[in-house]
Design a binder for this molecule. Structure first.
Ligand code: HEC
Ligand code: HEC
Ligand code: HEC
Ligand code: HEC
Ligand code: HEC
Length: 644
């Protein structure tokens, strides 16, 4: 095993190094991948992050137990509330079996040597703590290591932000004051206390089997030896923030704002995730939203289950909704009725993925039931995710002259969509029908058979991460290449809709500013104009979300040299090619076509002329003939209709 203490001592004598561009000493990519690509010759040191380190000495660090050891009492008694029953069919429960992850992991290792070490730390933390990541791949895993982000791991999480060192500059919004000096002091002494910002799986785990949970009134500890302590941290978004901010530590932000490759074989010079390349910012997006400050009241109760106030604040409020029931199998036994609670957090971790859980079950075959992935649970899990997607946004349709305006409002606690950048997208699909019901025109058409989206004539919300000039030089891949997670060094586009409370300055600071698009401070919605074709009577509009695009799955199929990409691709085909889910569906009766009445007040007059002239040469308002530009023909039509 690596000796982290010796490594740290080495970093401090070297002054933690600086930033340099790798131009020489790149190795040829082993095992194909083709195209003359050169691998970045990183090593384990480049992926070092503070926090609890792997330890195989079971007296110093008790191994993370398998979820089987918890399901006896915390599973199989109620599909809705039993923690095991919903966790096992969540993406977090299957994060180490996810075939898309396996393929992306293989590509990452091809692109930057040993980068898989970082992936394993977050996607299979129990295995990582047991020292199974030193080869960067899954070759040292035994069956138990595929237990994903599991019960025992999460319930030994310790709040790293307070205790002996509270002055280390953590985000302060929504923190809880539970110092844990017995665990934090030794880490601090070893220089391992995560000190810059939360994220990148810099978790702190109690080395002993001390279980922490959200309740301070557990009537009786049924765990035998293991101690049970109350932990407000577990009801706080920062517990999720440990992993839901992801940065690539092989890059540093240069003074000109671009990303440069760090000196090799040493840890990131500042260890601050916001100085690295920002892959995911879900936690920071939330932390800089209204949800993390005052919270948001939803009168329709769309999130939070049995929540007492309906004010949604933490990740847990929306992703672990309160349910009436028991947290363990004894909840209704004679004499121990107090275990029944109105606020048992459901371990559904529902998000947006509607196909990978089926793929995992397919791969398990007959073992699926044994592992707890029953057909009923899988169907329930997907139904919950579809409901999450429906609750994520609201759509409003209006007609102004010959324009159909589609306004999408983000109701989620972060960007919409958020999270993993590769292959995730949301888009507006519009179908214009004639009076007789004939489809006249369509925007954002998606072909279910070929999984092809026409992106050209609609709004697609997504992030596009690409290889920048310096990385292109180092790897011999073309600048602008997409989907290489470990090499992504430039955000080419990010037009995802911000959450409530968004400001440009705050999002700039966390590496999550809009790119190639603009949102005003406070704007958590977006409006798109579509020109209504002549003769259209009705518009039917759908706002779709897709987890894995064809382009991304084909990339994995063609790029992962070990065949894992072909496996993932075949499963994607088998399970409907990640069929889009309608987040909102609505239709509007289109008024009599008076295309020159630009402001929709029923008259074609000076006000309309002013609107047309002020958008001269632009698109949208004033584009009466729908040719994409406001010009002379449009002016002529307006004048011809004057006074009507
Ligand atoms: C022998 C039965 C049993 C087993 C096995 C068991 N638990 Fe529990 N656990 C309970 C009971 C009973 C409670 C109390 C539930 C309540 O008060 O709602 C509980 C409560 C908890 C709590 C909540 C504590 C709090 O303060 O909020 C956590 C966390 C927990 N268990 C984790 C685990 C984990 C992790 C495992 C597996 C490694 C596990 N348990 C295995 C019976 C068990
Ligand atoms: C991603 C981390 C995570 C994982 C994995 C996880 N939990 Fe939890 N668990 C939490 C959090 C966070 C809460 C408190 C949520 C809140 O306060 O709203 C919680 C609450 C609980 C509670 C107390 C509430 C109750 O139901 O009585 C129990 C018991 C529990 N978990 C057991 C488990 C078991 C068993 C598993 C595995 C099947 C598991 N947890 C997996 C994070 C996790
Ligand atoms: C140890 C790291 C870790 C922690 C802690 C963690 N997550 Fe996750 N989470 C992940 C990973 C990794 C995935 C992706 C798994 C996959 O898709 O293969 C994920 C996926 C998810 C998803 C997406 C599901 C989907 O359908 O796309 C949601 C929602 C989620 N987590 C919520 C939470 C919440 C809420 C918490 C805190 C209570 C939390 N996570 C804590 C690592 C973590
Ligand atoms: C107000 C409710 C709300 C809050 C608060 C919230 N989320 Fe979400 N989250 C949603 C909804 C709705 C979706 C589904 C739409 C989407 O994918 O963005 C979602 C989706 C996700 C996804 C899947 C994204 C994807 O498209 O793959 C992840 C991961 C996630 N949330 C994590 C978190 C974490 C971590 C926090 C806290 C830091 C959090 N959420 C806070 C409502 C919420
Ligand atoms: C600090 C934690 C963290 C690290 C490190 C990390 N991930 Fe993830 N990963 C996540 C989270 C959280 C999600 C879920 C986001 C979502 O669903 O939108 C995720 C989602 C994914 C997904 C999407 C899975 C699906 O089913 O669509 C893939 C693929 C993936 N990660 C690959 C990787 C690879 C490869 C690496 C290493 C180069 C890596 N991840 C490193 C946290 C991490």
């Amino acid at each position: 095993m690596r000796n982290r203490h010796a490594l740290l001592a080495l970093f401090s004598t070297l002054g933690l190094g600086g930033v340099m561009l790798v131009t020489t000493s790149v190795l040829a990519l082993p095992g194909g991948g083709g195209g003359g690509q050169v691998q970045i010759p990183t090593s384990l040191n480049d992926f070092f992050a503070p926090g609890t380190q792997p330890n195989t000495d079971s007296t110093a660090f008790e191994p993370v137990q398998n979820s089987n050891n918890c399901s006896y009492c915390h599973g199989n008694y109620n599909e809705v509330v039993a923690p095991f029953d919903s966790w096992v069919v969540s993406m977090m429960g299957q994060s180490a079996r996810d075939p898309v992850w396996h393929a992306a992991l293989a590509v990452a290792n091809q692109d930057a040597n040993m980068s898989g070490e970082a992936c394993i730390r977050c996607h299979a933390p129990g295995a990582w703590l047991a020292g199974k990541s030193s080869t960067g791949d899954l070759s040292q895993f035994t069956p138990d290591d595929f237990d994903g982000i599991n019960c025992h791991f999460c319930h030994r999480n310790v709040n790293p932000t307070l205790g002996s060192e509270s002055a280390v500059g953590y985000p302060t919004k929504g923190q809880d004051p539970t110092p844990d000096p017995e665990v934090l002091d030794p880490l601090f002494a070893a220089g391992l206390l995560p000190s810059a910002t939360l994220g990148n799986a810099s978790f702190v785990i109690d080395p002993k089997d001390v279980r922490r949970g959200p309740f301070d009134d557990v009537p009786q500890n049924f765990h035998g030896g293991p101690e049970l302590i109350y932990s407000p941290f577990h009801s706080n978004g920062s517990q999720c923030g440990t992993c839901h901010d992801v940065s690539n530590p092989i890059f540093s932000k240069l003074p000109n704002g671009e990303m440069g490759l760090n000196a090799l074989s040493t840890a990131h010079p500042t260890m601050n995730k916001d100085d690295m390349f920002p892959e995911q910012r879900t936690y920071s997006e939330w932390l800089n939203s209204t949800f993390a400050t005052t919270g948001v009241y939803f009168a329709d109760g769309r999130f939070g289950g049995n929540h007492p106030t309906g004010v949604m604040k933490s990740c847990q409020d929306c992703h672990m909704p309160d349910q009436q029931g028991g947290g363990c199998v004894f909840y209704d036994e004679e004499g121990i009725g107090q275990y029944e609670r109105p606020n048992v957090p459901q371990h559904s971790f529902s998000g947006a993925n509607t196909w990978v859980i089926r793929a995992v079950a397919t791969q398990m075959g007959e073992d699926a039931e044994y592992f707890g992935l029953t057909q009923q649970r899988i169907d329930d899990s997907i139904a919950r995710n579809v409901q999450m997607l429906r609750d994520a946004s609201d759509m409003e349709l209006t007609q102004v002259a010959n324009q159909l305006k589609v306004k999408i409002t983000n109701q989620s606690g972060h960007k919409l969509p958020t999270g993993y950048p590769e292959g995730r997208r949301a888009w507006i699909n519009v179908k214009f029908y004639s009076e007789g019901g004939t489809l006249l025109e369509q925007r954002g058409a998606y072909d279910l058979t070929t999984a092809t989206l026409n992106e050209a004539d609609t709004k697609v919300y997504k992030a596009k991460h690409v290889i920048n000039q310096a990385t292109a030089t180092a790897t011999h891949l073309p600048q602008g290449t997409e989907f290489h997670l470990a090499l992504a060094s430039e955000v080419a586009l990010d037009n995802r809709i911000p959450p409530r409370g968004f400001t440009n300055a705050a999002f700039e600071a966390i590496g999550a500013a809009p790119v190639g698009y603009s949102y005003a401070d406070g704007q958590y919605w977006d409006t798109t104009d579509f020109v209504i074709p002549t003769g259209a009577q009705t518009a039917v509009v759908n706002f779709y979300y897709q987890t894995s695009s064809r382009e991304y799955m084909e990339f994995l199929r063609d790029t992962a040299a070990d065949g894992s990409g072909i496996t993932a691709y075949n499963l994607w085909v088998l399970h409907g090619k990640s069929a889009p889910v309608a987040m909102d569906s609505s239709q509007i009766k289109l008024g009599p076509s008076k295309p020159a009445d630009l402001n929709g007040d029923g008259l074609v007059n000076g006000a309309d002329l002013t609107m047309l002239l002020s958008n001269w040469g632009g698109s949208g308002i004033g584009d009466i003939n729908g040719d994409g530009i406001v010009g002379g023909t449009d002016l002529a039509s307006l004048l011809a209709a004057w006074g009507s």
